[in-house]
Design a protein around this ligand. Structure first.
Ligand code: PXG
Length: 287
């Protein structure tokens, strides 16, 4: 079945879903996006993702031409039209076509795009054995330059960090902030467990405040684990009992080494496994 892509209110064949080469999304990375999972035909934590999309857009002074309620309905319709049971939704809003200059007053028609597709996941072995991480030399965006809380179409620093990871044979890479503290990975948030206390960097460490991160913090608190949002340095990860990542694609995944230092006993830890199970239950319950 040919994919149907939503663009500006219409569902069209994939081949007809086109944007202008003058779109500022292409020319300048001027736009925002979201990546969302579909489990059992239901779009997981859709309101949270749509809220973050509108917040990202507000921060870059981009007025999304439809209401968030309409956006939610349109995402659900696109998922249905493509008969996606378990998959992935990419939501993109660009500034629209303009001139070959930065002035946004010369742009018009922000493009609203919804793609519903299948998803490629990490191999099952990575979940069973845990992943090995390296620290990238490329740091996360300086919060005074562009807030890392904005999920913008500018992902170059994360892409460069991901290339560093790939070069080193790692599927994810750790990114530090401008102070040298642990921020997050290129597409995942990071947590450690030390003496049964769960720790993760706070929003002001320069992270994208992940929807999965927030769901896992809630699940951990409900399960009675103490959770602290606190600044971390790499040493905290080296000497942690457990480490794991959270993200829309990865869900909850164990990290078993960083920069060649084995974390804990080098296997996915019990609290990580417990939280992964609780998260998977949440995906089955529909959020
Ligand atoms: N940090 C960054 C920098 C991200 O881009 C996360 C954390 C996790 O956030 P959520 O809300 O997903 O729990 C992300 C999310 C993909 C893909 O297709 C995922 C993300 C970005 C780009 C692509 O898997 N990231």
């Amino acid at each position: 079945m040919a994919r149907k892509v939503y663009i500006n209110g219409s569902l069209v064949d994939e081949a007809d879903a086109k944007v202008s080469v003058f779109d500022h999304g292409l020319l300048y990375g001027d736009g925002v996006f979201e990546g969302i999972r579909v489990y059992g035909g239901r779009v997981f934590l859709l309101k949270e993702h749509v809220d973050r999309l509108y917040e990202s857009a507000k921060a870059i002074r981009l007025a999304i031409p439809i209401s968030s309620e309409q956006m939610i309905r349109d995402v659900e319709e696109t998922v249905k039209a493509n008969e996606i049971e378990d998959g992935y939704v990419r939501l993109v809003v660009t500034r629209g076509a303009g001139t070959l200059g930065l002035d946004v007053r010369k742009t018009s028609n922000p493009q609203v795009i919804i793609i519903a597709d299948t998803i490629s996941l990490y191999a099952p072995e990575v979940y069973e054995q845990g992943m090995h991480l390296v620290t990238a030399a490329t740091i996360r965006n300086h919060p005074s330059a562009i807030s890392p809380r904005i999920k913008s179409l500018n992902y170059l620093n994360n892409i460069l960090a991901k290339i560093e990871g790939t070069d080193a044979g790692a599927v994810e890479a750790l990114m530090l902030n401008h102070k040298g503290e642990v921020a997050e990975c290129t597409g995942d948030n990071i947590f450690i467990v030390k003496d049964r206390v769960i720790r993760t960097p706070p929003p002001d460490a320069g992270i994208l405040v992940g929807i999965t991160r927030n769901a896992v913090i809630r699940l951990a608190k409900e399960a009675g684990y103490p959770v602290e949002e606190t600044a971390l340095v790499r040493h905290d990860i080296y000497v942690a009992d457990e480490c794991f990542l959270t993200g829309t694609a990865a869900e909850v995944i164990a990290v078993v080494s960083l920069d060649g230092r084995t974390i804990g006993d080098g296997k996915p830890g019990p609290i990580t496994r417990d939280l992964r199970e609780r998260f998977q239950q949440l995906t089955r319950d529909g959020g």
